[in-house]
Design a protein around this ligand. Structure first.
Ligand code: ADP
Length: 444
């Protein structure tokens, strides 16, 4: 095991990683910006390295500073968490050059999976079902229209380097292509510095289902699925699992493991899919890192995924076989974002009061505390509330109780929205697609 690991992240995930590292016997170091100097992950670390910059995001994005810090304190490994540097192949390459272990897959695998066009090709070759679409970048609207006529409208234009739902455009007819293509390309250029876009069949009435994978470079196992269709602006709000029948889980699970093995994957990964109303699966992308909603899987499998990812990075092989992974009960996660619950505008500010629930099956992953100053410059995730129970009905009831015991004064949160979702008939009947929020405007 590593002796000292540098965390290149902030907020709840920095704290989550810090807990795993300490439990594994590692010293915990963290590099942080000015806004986070009093934050819990910084206060609980063994070594904190300030990296203050005029632009707060640079404190976490300037990867030469991160490498410099790791070398200065003799950290053997860097944990990127999610976001920031987690999927930056140039950063991973620099770690490899410096002989620092990046906790995650190799730079080559990150480059491959970071390009959605290449990832689609690789996973199709490995036997995963993908939606019909372009196998090369699409540059002109006439080219786009030819492909759309072939695969049928509606289609969706997506950035090859995409993430966070940025830039995606749905197109219903040829006349919309000119502006939609331009918009997607310019969003892609400004967000990712890469204007390549591609076209995919738009899957109507789809559900978002994803598989949790762990691989050691040779073999892969999966920990079942999570259902993440409750989204706002293509971003997840509430996640739960399990969702599928054991037969479907086994079938798709075997395919995702084959996909991970085909690219020599090492570490934690999430394979995202859309599932249409007839039950067909379509591969979307691989997220090559720990994910916000990994907690749901931890609760239903009883495995500490973050620790497992660190152990794999330290050179261990998979510590168990697929047969040893069992799913028990049901878990739901509500993301407690500091946002207006109607229009999702961020609501930064100081927490004058802060109390989280506890009790049987309740878990809260958060860096929030009384007096915490929620900055406006980072994402708005303040806490993740996870409830486990033997059945979905019990987990829903438990989550309602947990939310009603939560006190957050000083910022707006999406708790009122979660409360109404948890009582809404379609939600209760599992009749949910990725359009759920748009189709239920009365919830807002
Ligand atoms: P990103 O990496 O930007 O998050 P994804 O490809 O993972 O993009 O898609 C994010 C979300 O966008 C999906 O969960 C879904 O809501 C929507 N989406 C993406 N592709 C399609 C598609 N082909 N059909 C319908 N919805 C889609």
């Amino acid at each position: 095991m590593f002796e000292r690991v540098l965390i290149a992240n902030r907020g709840e995930i920095a704290l989550r990683i810090s807990r795993a590292l300490r439990t594994l016997g590692c010293e915990v170091a963290i590099i942080h910006g000015r806004e986070d100097r009093l934050s819990l992950p910084v206060r609980f670390s063994d070594i904190a390295i300030p990296n203050y910059s005029a632009n707060p995001l640079d404190s976490y994005l300037d990867y030469e500073k991160v490498i410099e810090a790791a070398k200065e304190i003799g950290a053997q490994a860097i944990h990127p968490g999610y976001g920031f540097l987690a999927e930056n192949a140039d950063f991973v390459r620099r770690c490899e050059e410096e002989g620092i272990t990046f906790i995650g897959p190799s730079s080559d695998v990150i480059s491959l999976l970071g390009d959605k066009i290449e990832a689609r090709k690789a996973m199709e070759a490995a036997g995963l079902p993908v939606a019909k679409g372009s196998s090369e970048p699409v540059a002109s609207s006439s080219e786009a229209a030819t492909i759309a006529t072939e695969i049928g409208y509606p289609v969706i234009i997506k950035a090859a380097a995409g993430g966070g739902g940025i830039g995606m455009q749905i197109v219903h007819q040829e006349s919309e292509f000119d502006s939609a293509l331009n918009l997607c390309q310019s969003r892609a250029r400004s967000a990712f510095g890469d204007e390549r876009v591609f076209i995919e069949k738009y899957i109507e009435g789809a559900q978002h289902i994803e598989f949790q994978v762990l691989a050691d470079g040779k073999n892969a196992i999966h920990f079942g699925e999570r259902f993440c269709s409750i989204q706002r602006r293509h971003q997840k709000l509430l996640e739960e699992g399990p969702w599928l029948s054991p037969e479907v889980r086994e079938e798709i699970g075997a395919r995702v493991c084959a996909g991970a093995e085909a690219v020599g994957y090492k570490g934690l990964a999430t394979f995202e899919f859309l599932r249409d109303s007839s039950g067909e699966f379509y591969f979307l992308e691989v997220n090559p890192r720990v994910q916000v909603e990994h907690t749901v899987t931890e609760m239903i499998t009883g495995h500490d995924l973050v620790s497992l990812g660190i152990r794999i990075a330290a050179g261990e092989s998979l510590p168990f076989t697929q047969d040893e992974i069992e799913i028990s009960g049901h878990a739901i996660q509500c993301r407690i974002n500091a946002e207006d619950p109607v229009n999702f505008v961020p609501s930064p500010g100081r927490l004058w009061d802060c109390h989280f629930p506890a009790g049987f099956g309740v878990r809260v992953d958060t860096h929030a505390h009384v007096g915490y100053e929620m900055p406006g410059c980072f994402d708005s995730l303040l806490a993740k509330m996870i409830v486990w129970a033997p059945t979905r009905e019990d987990a829903i009831a438990g989550m309602k109780t947990a939310l009603s015991e939560t006190v957050l004064v000083g910022v707006d949160t999406v708790i009122p929205l979660h409360k109404v979702i948890l009582s809404e008939p379609d939600y209760l009947a599992r009749d949910i697609t990725i359009q759920y929020i748009e189709e239920h405007p009365n919830l807002l």
